[in-house]
Design a protein around this ligand. Structure first.
Ligand code: APR
Ligand code: PHB
Length: 389
C-alpha cells in the first residue's frame, strides 16, 4: 500500500489533520489502535478556542458544532464566598465555545467516512521505519496480517501512550515533565448546569470546577488525592464535597442527580522536544500534556495540526520545505505558552500538600489581583481564548 501521509492515531488531532489535508487533495491513511466506538466513548473537555473553531469550518465539519454549541463570553473564578467574572468579550472582544470533544470527534469520523478516506481500526504493532530517510514506511498488524504502507510523511497523532514519540531516538529527544501531587475526580450528570458560565473554584478544601456540555448535561470536578479510588466516592459524597468548595449562592442552586460517568485523572505537564524527526511529525498529546485547568489540551493539539497542515500544503502545492523545516520550533513556541498558562492556573487554584501559610497568602494575593486588576484579567482572557497561531 502507498499513501502520501500516514497518520498514526484516530483521535481529534489525527482526524482533523486528515480532513484538512483531504480538502487539499492530499491522501492520508489513519491507523487507529482501538475501535471507533472506543475512541468515541472517551469523555474529555469541551472548550474550543476560535482557532480550532475556524479549522473545523475550514475542514467543512462545523455544521452541527455551529448549530449546537454554546458561546461563552467569559468565565467565573471563585474563592471561598467571592466570585468574579472574567469577561473575555468586554476585555478583548473574543469568546470561546462549549462543544464536547466527543461530539467533535464524532463529526470528524462521520466526515472522514463520507469522503471515503481510509481508516484502519484495531491495528497492532505499529512501527515507523526510516523516518530519518527520504522514503519512510509504516508496518503494522491488522486482523493477524502484517502490512506495510509506504509514504512521504508520518504524522504521529497517537497520544501520550503512542509509538511515535519513542520512535525519535533518545539521543535526539528530550522530555520535560512536572507531575502534580493530586488528581481531578470528575462526574458527568444529566442535570442542568449550575451557572451559565464555567466556575473555577479555589477553596480551603481544594479546587473545584463547574462545567457543562449542554442544557441538561453537566460536568463537575473536585481536586482529590492521587490515592483516592473512584469506588470510594459515592455520588452523594461528590455533591457534598462540591457544594463545600463553591460559593454558597452557587451551592444553593446546584441541581444534583445520579452520575453517568465518574473517573479520576492525574494532573501532569509534559513536553517532548523536538516535535519533528526527519519525516516524522508529532502532533497533540503525542508531544505534550497539560493539566486541564486552562482547557488547553485539545486546543494545543489543534495548533500543532494548524502548523503541520500549513507545512504539508506548502510542500505539496509549492514544493516549499520552509514550513516542514520550522514545524517543531513554531509548534513548540506556542506549546510552551499553553503549558505556562495551564501550569499557572493550576498553581493559582489548587491546594498543594506542602503549601505554607506564606504560599497561601501569595495565592490569595494573586487571585485578588486577577479579581481587581484589568491588566491581569486581560492576560488571563488572551490565554484562555487562545493565543494567535
Ligand atoms: N497505534 C495506533 N493508534 C494509537 C497508538 C498506536 N500505537 N497508540 C495510541 N493510538 C491512538 C489512541 O487509541 C487514540 O485514539 O491514538 C489516538 C490518540 O488520541 P488522543 O489521545 O485523544 O490524542 P490527540 O488526538 O492528540 O488529542 C488531543 O489532547 O488533552 C487532550 O483531551 C485532549 O484528547 C485530547 C488531546
Ligand atoms: C470540561 O468541561 O470537562 C472542562 C472544562 C474546562 C476545563 C477542564 C475541563 O478547564
Amino acid at each position: 500500500m502507498r499513501t502520501q501521509v500516514v497518520i498514526i492515531g484516530g483521535g481529534p488531532s489525527g482526524l482533523l489533520l486528515g480532513q484538512l489535508l483531504h480538502r487539499k487533495g492530499i491522501e492520508t491513511v489513519i491507523l487507529e489502535r482501538k475501535t471507533r466506538d472506543y475512541v468515541l466513548a472517551r469523555i474529555r473537555a469541551g472548550i474550543l478556542e476560535t482557532g480550532l473553531v475556524n479549522m473545523m469550518r475550514e475542514a467543512g465539519v462545523s455544521e452541527r458544532m455551529d448549530r449546537e454549541c454554546f458561546v461563552h463570553h467569559g468565565t467565573c473564578i471563585s474563592y471561598e464566598n467571592e466570585m468574579f467574572d472574567i469577561d473575555f468579550h468586554k476585555l478583548i472582544g473574543q469568546n470561546v465555545i462549549v462543544y464536547g470533544q466527543t461530539e467533535l470527534t464524532h463529526d470528524l469520523y462521520d466526515a472522514r467516512e463520507a469522503v471515503g478516506a481510509k481508516t484502519i481500526f484495531e491495528v497492532e504493532d505499529v512501527k515507523i521505519c526510516d523516518a530519518d530517510r527520504d522514503a519512510p514506511y509504516v508496518t503494522f498488524n491488522s486482523g493477524g496480517v502484517e502490512q506495510r504502507i509506504d509514504c512521504d510523511f508520518v504524522a504521529g497523532c497517537d497520544g501520550f501512550h503512542g509509538v511515535s514519540r519513542t520512535t525519535i531516538p533518545d539521543t535526539v529527544r528530550k522530555d520535560f515533565e512536572k507531575v502534580f501531587p493530586f488528581g481531578w475526580l470528575g462526574i458527568l450528570s444529566e442535570t442542568p448546569p449550575v451557572h451559565d458560565e464555567l466556575i473555577y473554584a479555589n477553596s480551603n478544601r481544594g479546587f473545584a470546577l463547574c462545567s457543562m456540555r449542554n442544557e441538561n448535561l453537566s460536568r463537575y470536578y473536585v481536586q482529590c488525592a492521587l490515592t483516592d479510588k473512584v469506588e470510594n466516592w459515592s455520588d452523594e459524597d461528590f455533591w457534598d464535597e462540591l457544594k463545600r468548595r463553591v460559593p454558597e449562592a452557587i451551592a444553593d442552586k446546584l441541581v444534583t442527580g445520579p452520575s453517568i460517568e465518574k473517573s479520576i485523572a492525574p494532573l501532569r505537564s509534559f513536553v517532548s522536544e523536538p516535535m519533528r524527526w526527519g519525516r516524522l511529525f508529532l502532533c497533540g498529546d503525542a508531544a505534550h500534556i497539560v493539566p486541564p485547568t486552562g482547557a488547553k489540551g485539545l486546543n494545543t493539539a489543534a495548533s500543532d495540526v494548524h502548523y503541520l497542515y500549513e507545512a504539508l500544503v506548502q510542500f505539496y502545492q509549492d514544493n516549499e520545505t520552509n514550513g516542514i523545516d520550522h514545524y517543531s520550533q513554531k509548534a513548540l513556541a506556542r506549546v510552551w505558552k499553553a503549558e505556562r498558562f495551564s501550569w499557572a492556573t493550576t498553581n493559582l487554584l489548587h491546594r498543594f500538600p506542602d503549601q505554607s501559610e506564606f504560599d497561601l497568602k501569595m495565592q490569595r494575593a494573586e487571585i485578588e489581583s486577577l479579581h481587581y486588576n484589568e491588566v491581569a484579567q486581560k492576560w488571563f482572557a488572551q490565554n484562555y481564548v487562545g493565543l494567535p497561531y
